[in-house]
Design a protein around this ligand. Structure first.
Ligand code: ASP
Length: 323
């Protein structure tokens, strides 16, 4: 099996001055993941390695540099899902874990359950060898400043200009045919304490099924939940593989940024991504993006936001990153 890897760093109105940092983050994430995949390593190790790079980079809304909640604290969510067994490890509302994806993986590998939240999730991680950190260590100065602006007046996107959103995700297929997807986020800025978005929910911010494909979504969490976006995209692939008759969601209109790709006879993976974003727009009026691989490793991506940070490994092994 030929390995494949695609990553994203969030879909939002990325300003010009953040483009380079987002692209370089995706490039480093690809480097970390591909060095594992290209030497015969596992898709699980690859998605974890890619996500750790993105979590450690404050330009993204995950791990260090996550948005602060209304109380001024970082609360992170993460998930990893195995396309072969459909088993996931999902953690939410973590305040003391530097790399939430590592906690998600531990739960996937060792836990009796598939999702743990808050103190219970942190205790499980600690009991399984993941060090807890001081919650303050997760706060980047730019996020603290944005939060202080919001506290003075009220929450406003303008206060977060330059770092509104930037959930991260990765999907990988390895040489042994193993298929994993992962998503990690700090959620939305000034969210109510305890808020959990789509990202760590199976089928919403992430889904993987080796019989069809695997996806990681980003964007307005409450809207993504409504359409169970990642599962929707993977289910399209399942249907299309079964019937080989790909049709777009009736009544949907192509997102402006993707109009050209939409007009082309795109691959099923690309059509599934476009369709999922079109459904998000049509049924919830919200914005977001998605990356995915179909079961053969063909990639798809789409967004109806002005920009999305993403990157993938091309058939010749070179990396393509874009914002
Ligand atoms: N979907 C994430 C959430 O709502 C945010 C994002 O993707 O930017 O928590």
């Amino acid at each position: 099996m030929k390995p494949a890897l695609i990553v994203h760093g969030g879909a939002w109105d990325i300003p010009d001055d953040a483009v380079e940092a987002c692209q370089s983050g995706c490039q480093r994430a690809l480097t970390a993941g591909w060095s594992i995949l290209s030497s015969g390593g596992s898709a699980l190790d690859a998605v974890e390695a890619a996500i750790v790079v993105l979590e450690n980079d404050p330009v993204f809304d995950a791990g260090y540099g996550s948005h602060l909640n209304l109380d001024g604290r970082v609360e992170c969510d993460a998930i990893v899902m195995d396309g072969a067994t459909l088993r996931a490890g999902s953690v939410a509302a973590l305040q003391r874990i530097r790399n939430p994806i590592r906690a998600a993986r531990k739960l996937y590998e060792l836990g009796p359950h598939m999702m743990l939240v808050a103190e219970g999730a942190e205790r499980f991680a600690k009991d399984n060898g993941i060090a807890l950190c001081n919650p303050k260590e997760l706060i980047a100065p730019s996020e603290r400043e944005a939060w202080q602006h919001c506290r003075k007046d009220q929450h406003a996107a303008a206060n977060h200009r330059g770092h509104e959103q930037g959930t991260v995700g990765a999907v990988a297929l390895d040489a042994h045919g193993q298929f994993f997807a992962a998503t990690s986020t700090g959620g939305t800025c000034c969210k109510l304490p305890g808020r959990v978005g789509d990202s760590p929910l199976i089928g919403c911010g992430c889904y993987a099924d080796i019989e069809a494909g695997a996806a990681s979504a980003t964007g307005c969490g409450e809207a993504i939940m409504k359409i169970v976006m990642s599962k929707h995209a993977v289910d399209l692939l399942r249907t299309w593989f079964a019937s080989d008759a790909a049709t777009l969601h009736p009544g949907s209109t192509p997102p402006a940024r993707n109009a050209a790709a939409w007009a082309q006879p795109a691959s099923p993976a690309m059509r599934a991504a476009l369709n999922a974003v079109a459904l998000l727009a049509a049924r919830t009026k919200a914005t977001g993006g998605i990356i995915l691989l179909d079961r053969a490793g063909h990639l798809g991506f789409a967004h109806n936001t002005p920009r999305m940070a993403y990157g993938y490994v091309q058939p010749d092994g070179s990396f393509l990153t874009s914002v």
